[in-house]
Design a binder for this molecule. Structure first.
Ligand code: ACO
Length: 339
């Protein structure tokens, strides 16, 4: 008989491409300036994949680091969930390709599409599988290489995105550590605000679609911005309330790294001081589904995310979707030092 139990993050890792694109590069290809990009977004540089570098490669690197941190082998994994909107191919699932790459022979595998909210959606899904007793060890990867689907003639989007992957292992935990609450949401009325129009069943790829760059990201930036400012605060507060906590209980806030102005407005809503907010958008831009796990991994490496800390993570993205989670952190950067 399955029984409800608590799940937690028992290992974490991340992977980034080596190539760096700074704001000066964008000054040379579109009508923009370092000053505009920094003031409006907080971004100074981002990492982008080179030709031949793909989602499953970065995902597998992040996954191996997370397995190492958890002190478990790939063969022990029961399930792999890959949150991505820029997988290796429309199908098969990138999760299946990652499975082969890391040698997770007995794992089931599927991809999940929720834009930049994808990582917390996938974490929530893994949490349910583990809490129900269906699975014991689930690999969750957030990976996106949006540089591959960005229109580098569109100054309103091309300056925003970077590539990367972040991974966690979700497993049963003892004591008070673990995933305390999750909140997921979607408003399909905003589906057209952020999309890649061509390449699906509604508009298959044609020469005309490519000529008009419909195979690249299109975004109504200021509409998405207004939505993000409202939803990041709302979803964080809902997730805290769901587990009986308040913003005063938060040790570290790890929001989706899309725009420093969105992050700061969410932090103001929660009344959090700057030292409780983790920001790395200046280095990586918006890495979509990878941004939260990359930020968590970096926060832990820097000693800003420690065992016992209450962390709030929150994201928003295509759909439009949103997702938040409160986690009592249980691991450190030492290998195999899981809860
Ligand atoms: N350089 C210079 N000027 C620019 C640039 C640029 N790179 N981009 C836009 N502008 C101009 C616009 O053309 C506009 O000019 P106009 O007034 O002459 O028309 C002016 O700047 C203001 O444009 P806004 O769009 O109002 O600028 P805003 O302050 O809203 O910033 C931004 C734009 C950064 C895109 C912001 O809207 C934003 O961050 N939106 C949220 C995007 C996001 O985070 N999406 C995440 C989801 S991604 C996913 O799920 C895959």
């Amino acid at each position: 008989m399955n029984s409800v139990r608590r799940a937690g993050i028992v290992g974490i890792g991340s992977a980034l491409p080596e190539k760096v694109l700074n704001n000066e590069y964008f000054e040379s290809i579109v009508d923009t300036s370092d000053e505009w990009i920094v003031t409006r977004t907080g971004i100074k540089e981002r990492r982008v994949a080179v030709d031949g570098e793909c989602a499953s490669q970065l995902a597998a690197r992040a996954a191996e680091q997370a397995l190492n941190n958890a002190g478990i082998s790939a063969e022990e994994l029961d399930l792999i969930i890959c949150a991505t909107i820029s997988g290796d191919m429309p199908f098969p699932a990138t999760a299946s390709i990652v499975q082969e790459k890391i040698g997770a022979k007995k794992a089931a595998a599927f991809d999940l599409s929720a834009g930049c909210s994808g990582f917390v959606y996938a974490l929530t899904t893994a949490n349910s599988f583990v809490c129900s007793g269906t699975y014991n060890k689930v690999l969750v990867v957030g990976v996106d290489l949006l540089s591959k689907v960005t229109d580098y003639t569109d100054r309103t989007t091309c300056i925003l995105f970077g590539d990367g992957a972040g991974a966690v292992i979700v497993a049963p935990t003892d004591g008070s550590h673990g995933i305390l609450s999750t909140v997921l949401g979607s408003d399909g009325a905003g589906a057209e605000l952020l999309k890649i129009e061509a390449g699906g069943s509604r508009m298959p790829i044609t020469v005309e679609a490519i000529e008009t760059r419909q195979h690249c990201i299109k975004m109504a930036g200021s509409e998405v911005f207004k939505f993000a400012v409202r939803i990041m605060g709302d979803a964080s507060l809902q997730a805290l309330e769901k587990c009986g906590l308040t913003p005063e209980d938060v040790d570290i806030f790890i929001p989706h790294q899309a725009n420093i102005r969105i992050i700061e407005s969410a932090a103001r809503r929660l009344n959090l001081p700057p030292e409780k907010i983790f920001v790395n958008v200046q280095k990586y831009g918006n890495t979509s589904a990878a941004s939260i796990p990359i930020a968590m991994s970096e926060a832990m490496q820097e000693g800003r995310l420690k065992p016992g800390d209450v962390v709030v993570m929150v994201g928003f993205g295509a759909g439009l979707t949103w997702a938040a989670s409160v986690v009592k952190w249980g691991i450190s950067a030492n290998n195999g030092n899981s809860v």
